[in-house]
Design a protein around this ligand. Structure first.
Ligand code: FUL
Length: 476
């Protein structure tokens, strides 16, 4: 009897699997699970700290005395706690900037914290920050500049091997898991007056050997790419795919901002921008801390455009995030919480097509990341309508493509009810991991999204509506 029941259950499972439509095949290059996890972090914190903090410079020349680095009250826990409260998932610190000074006692250099009088030469900023990150649940990442204006070997074949040792000493495990390795492409002259020919395959290989899950940032990836400007703006068209062949970090690739439709590799953009005028803290720039409105603009134009925001908040000479910056961050967080309340809660979703069971429009509003609506193979246009329980006010539409299956949508429109018909209020191009479209103030019980072009059948996992009463867009 038991055997019969088991057989019946097995048969039912076979029949059900046979009747369920298949999930869409991935289209083009797709992200690794690490890239998906990275993209979901959405906002991270950049920390520029080093001799420049004490000399008010942006680029030290490598001749600064080690004693210049002397924070009077280093408090990495304050950085990590502030980052956590601001909702940042990770911190990337300038372990070594172009001046070559190492914030940890690197055995590969004499120009480090160990040669300073700070904490009698026993200090280690990476130790303190990685511990603070572990304590607060914030991920830890590092910027290690290959350009080194102090190392006498820079500009000779010996330097690349030395740089590998430098990488190993940070990435080898002493500081735990490193979620992001930030490679700046800058390649200027070293103390010998010569430039270095960098061995990028060697450097990237060294990172992966030590930290297989790390996302490597550079002008051309491989983990993520520079967005092409330092003003906080991803392209309104924003593909996560790029053609990196023929480009190395430091070479300007004109496609960095918008990416490339049908590009060769999945290399999403990261938008790095400073909360202040400069990358390093300067007393004279305390008044340049960006307004809440500006930060929200940056957020809409980065996170809202399929990019990750890496916001630089540089510590001061005490070794604290300055109160002007940390207060602004708390205002930013409060605003982000307020403007991301889903006004479409309880909405029903319908689509004029779907793949069938398991891929129906209801997945668009179930709040789950891994369930999605998908059209049939060969269909590259579709119409989706959300019906709210009653008329509600909204002025933002948030849409997410299910990127584990690739980026597909190349054009879409948003319409709202108008008399007996519809009025189109936005015409846009790409979606990607997340797209937030600003639309005119609307009160309605419906919204329609028409996908008008896609590289393969569209696969959308979430649609939400927001009412933002805070951000005032500049008139362009
Ligand atoms: C640039 C560097 O030269 C700046 O000093 C800064 O670190 C910025 C994030 O990257 O290329």
């Amino acid at each position: 009897m038991k055997t019969n029941i088991r057989a019946a259950i097995a048969l039912a499972a076979v029949i059900s699997a046979a009747c369920s439509p298949d999930a869409p095949a991935p289209y083009g290059p797709v992200p690794t699970p690490q890239q998906v996890a990275w993209q979901k972090m959405e906002t991270n914190m950049f920390v520029h700290f080093g001799p420049n903090t004490f000399t008010a410079a942006e680029w030290g020349d490598g001749t600064e005395a080690e004693d210049i680095f002397n924070p009077t009250d280093l408090n990495c826990l304050q950085w990590a706690q502030t980052a956590a409260k601001a909702g940042f998932g990770g911190i990337v610190i300038t372990a070594k900037h172009h001046d070559g000074f190492c914030l940890w006692p690197s055995p590969e250099s004499s120009h480090t914290v160990a040669a300073s009088t700070w904490r009698d030469g026993k200090g280690d900023v990476l130790r303190e920050l990685s511990d603070a990150c572990a304590q607060t649940g914030v991920k830890f990442g590092v910027y290690i500049s290959p350009w080194d204006r102090n190392d006498p070997r820079y500009g000779t074949p010996d330097y690349n091997a030395a740089f590998v040792n430098t990488l190993n000493s940070v990435l080898g495990g002493t500081y735990g898991t490193i979620y992001e390795q930030w490679f700046d492409g800058a390649c200027g002259e070293g103390p010998s007056g010569r430039k270095q020919v960098y061995d990028w395959p060697l450097f990237n290989g060294t990172v992966y050997q030590n930290q297989p899950d790390a996302i490597i940032f550079s002008d051309s990836g491989p983990g993520c790419r520079w967005v092409g400007n330092e003003s906080g703006q991803a392209g309104r068209t924003s593909w996560s795919t790029l053609n990196p062949e023929g480009f190395a970090p430091g070479m300007y690739n004109p496609d960095l901002n918008e990416g490339v439709k049908n590009g060769q590799a999945w290399i999403p953009s990261e938008t790095d921008v400073s909360i202040r005028k400069g990358w390093f803290w300067k007393e004279s720039e305390n008044e340049t801390v960006k307004s809440l409105n500006k930060l929200l603009q940056i957020w809409y134009e980065s996170v809202g455009r399929n990019s990750l925001l890496l916001l630089n908040v540089p510590p001061d000479t005490r070794g604290h995030l300055h109160e002007i910056d940390s207060t602004r961050l708390m205002e930013f967080r409060a605003a982000l919480d307020e403007i991301q309340v889903n006004v479409a809660a309880g909405a029903k979703a319908q689509a004029n097509t779907s793949r069938g069971r398991g891929f129906k429009a209801s997945a668009l509003v179930d709040g789950k990341y891994d369930t999605y609506w998908a059209a049939n193979d060969g269909e590259t246009a579709a119409s989706i309508i959300l019906t709210l329980p009653e008329a509600r006010a909204f002025n933002r539409v948030m849409i997410q493509e299910y990127i584990p299956l690739g980026q597909r949508v190349e054009s879409f429109t948003i319409s709202v009810p108008d008399g007996d018909g519809w009025k189109t209020v936005a015409e846009e191009t790409t979606i990607g991991y997340k797209r937030i479209v600003l639309i005119p103030q609307t009160t309605a019980d419906k919204v329609r999204i028409d996908i008008t072009g896609a590289l393969a059948c569209p696969v959308i996992n979430n649609i939400e509506l927001y009412q933002d009463n805070i951000y005032v867009a500049e008139q362009k």
